[in-house]
Design a protein around this ligand. Structure first.
Ligand SMILES: [Mg+2]
Length: 432
């Protein structure tokens, strides 16, 4: 058996957890540079705000009490850790599937699992202020489906029977009851189906999750794909997708940003690109990889008038490395080679490619005496530890510039709430 725990309106709930005046109010969190809506509280959904809608289309709703916030990813990350550490009590192993979702294996867990899940859900709500839904079933796909039922039954009265609200355990239901729930669910809601395949299925007369579950897996494999076949088998109760303890190492790492204001000079661009390169190198070390190639790009905005400019350059590294200084050097060199003055640049980024494990390094004969191999992995480790302990940017390469002064290229985050949970200076003060 698996449980899937998923937080409700996670970003908006995190904001309300630390600012109780927002509870029950329409709140939207915007994307970087306050571009479009990426999270909505229940009340803002009721006002008709759509996911992904551009800010300028909905900003007039501010007059009606809608609160817009810049994203506070530091806060969401720290709240996620709190929620997940409590969710881990559900069972012996857990896969963090996204910032606000986790699959938990219930293998060997005895007793009433519904009651247990309700108790843990209540604890998460009381200790963190975040409301979650829990779905329990025989397979990951079914537990995802059960979670959908738990949330809808809670939010939309009449969608599913009320008793499934907040926690829905398919394991204790008869097959007929499960089929009734599947029949009440559109096929596109099934995990792994999505909108495009959902449309194709509907065109073939497969309208509901039950229709999909009743297909013959062999035919699905022939007509569609092995992936969809697995989904069908999982809906039928046959477990095909295992819990993943650790996310697979990424095959490329990208750090890209739109600038808060257009950048025209090379020096601020060097600072920006150095910052992205350092961040990418940090991510690289976190997954114990080394990179063989640094790709750097910059371009003007496709939405603004004026001359267009877009360039990118790949800089191969002599030896695969995870060294911040070497990666930054390569990115800055690439940037200086391709840069041309006179353009209003809106975005830049650094991508690390040709990744391999730091454990399997190809060595070479050191024939050139003048260029000995510098191994600074211990220095990098110390840098990561200091930055984890004292906050990002405590130790950085000099090319990143004086980041305590806000640079033009840095993101616009005019409506960001404080780092309540990760910075002593920003702890909220309650007054009676
Ligand atoms: Mg969620």
């Amino acid at each position: 058996m698996y449980a899937l725990l998923d937080a409700n309106n996670f970003y908006a709930s995190c904001e309300a957890a630390l600012r109780p005046s927002l509870i029950g109010r329409p709140v939207c969190v915007l994307s970087n540079n306050d571009g479009c809506v990426i999270a909505r509280s229940e009340a803002s959904k009721a006002m008709g705000v759509k996911m992904g809608q551009p800010y300028f289309e909905v900003r007039h709703l501010e007059a009606e009490g809608l609160v817009f916030l810049s994203p506070n990813f530091t806060l969401y990350g720290s709240m996620s850790d709190r929620v997940m550490s409590l969710a881990a009590a559900l069972g012996p192993s857990m896969e963090r599937y996204s910032i606000d979702e986790a699959f938990v294996s219930l293998h060997g867990v005895r007793g009433d699992q519904t009651k247990r899940a309700r108790a843990i859900r209540a604890r998460i709500l009381q200790w963190t202020g975040i409301a979650c839904g829990v779905g329990i079933a025989q397979t990951k796909t079914l537990s995802k489906f059960a979670n959908h039922v738990a949330k809808q039954a809670d939010r939309k009265p009449g969608s599913y029977p009320r008793e499934h609200a907040q926690v829905c355990n398919l394991g204790v239901l008869s097959r007929a009851d499960v089929e009734e729930l599947l029949a009440a669910t559109e096929v596109a809601e099934v995990w792994g189906v999505g909108r495009r395949i959902g449309e194709q299925l509907r065109a073939d007369g497969v309208m509901t999750a039950l229709d999909l579950a009743r297909l013959d897996p062999a035919i699905v494999r022939r007509r569609w794909s092995v992936v969809l076949e697995r989904t069908v088998r999982e809906l039928q109760g046959e477990s095909c997708i295992e819990l993943e303890d650790a996310p697979p190492a990424k095959r490329e790492i990208a750090v890209t940003r739109s600038f808060g204001h257009p950048v025209t000079d090379v020096e601020p661009l060097v600072e920006a690109v150095s910052t992205f390169a350092s961040r990418a190198a940090e991510k690289l070390r976190k997954q114990s990889s080394v990179a063989g190639l640094v790709h750097v790009f910059a371009h003007t905005s496709p939405f603004r008038p004026g001359p267009r400019w877009a360039r990118s350059l790949s800089v191969p590294l002599r030896r695969p490395t995870a060294d911040t200084a070497e990666i930054t050097e390569a990115a800055v060199m690439g940037l200086r080679l391709m840069f041309e003055p006179g353009y209003m640049l809106a975005k830049a980024g650094v991508m690390l490619c040709d990744l391999s494990s730091e454990l399997h390094q190809q060595c070479e004969l050191d024939l050139e005496v003048e260029a000995p191999v510098r191994d600074r992995s211990k220095l990098m480790k110390a840098m990561d530890q200091l930055n984890t302990r004292y906050g990002r940017g405590t130790l950085q390469v000099a090319a990143m510039g004086q980041q305590n002064q806000l640079q033009a290229w840095q993101m616009r985050q005019e409506r960001r709430t404080p780092h309540y949970t990760t910075d002593w200076r920003q702890i909220p003060i309650a007054r009676a």
